[in-house]
Design a binder for this molecule. Sequence first.
Ligand code: DER
Length: 233
Amino acid sequence: DMAEEAKKLAGYAAVDNHVQNNQVVGVGSGSTIVYAVDRLAERVRQEKLNIVCVPTSFQVSVRMCLLSAVLCSSSLTPYQLDVAIDGADEVDAALTLIKGGGGCLTQEKIVASCAKHFIVIADFRKDSSALGQQWKKGVPIEVIPMAYVPVSRTIAKRFGGEAVLRMAVSKAGPVVTDNSNFILDWKFEHIHNWKEVNIAIKMIPGVVETGLFVGMAERVYFGMEDGNVGVRD
Ligand code: DER
């Protein structure tokens, strides 16, 4: 369908424009990145590239193992990566991202922060002028399980809205992340100064990471409905 085609366009554009031989490449998680991983595997095979990938979730590690003949990956993050490529749940006019729809935000932010270039790929549905305009599931926040109630209350009290424990679908009880933590989805009610809010939420005892990626994305490739790729820097 249109969105899947758009994801593929963005994934291919990012890999073709930003991956060269002998590089360490951070690979994000979610559904859009799958197209980037497949394109990367294809280029590695065709061009006999030497690429080391740093995965950001079991999802991607598993997929790369299946491609192991093509890509080699390291689960410990090296000090510096050449490039990290990842998806986003929403992108605003300042390239502030909401990420974490897939529950991998902590690993993704770590890997993105260690990359010389952080490149985002998304379909047209993620392109917003303000956070919350398209994405209605709120800002994911990874929390230490024992702290989820006080963290949830503190966020609602200080910033409004509601921070809801993310329940699993195919498992009884809450979603448990790759780091064995819980996730709160903060359904915020208005536009905030995301830079300030991100820092304030991060300081609440028990918060591991937020899904607000502020000032991190260098470039976003949007797959468009008309089959073109939009680029925003
Ligand atoms: O959970 C995540 O952070 C994902 O990268 C998310 O931001 C994008 O997932 P999608 O490509 O499946 O929309």
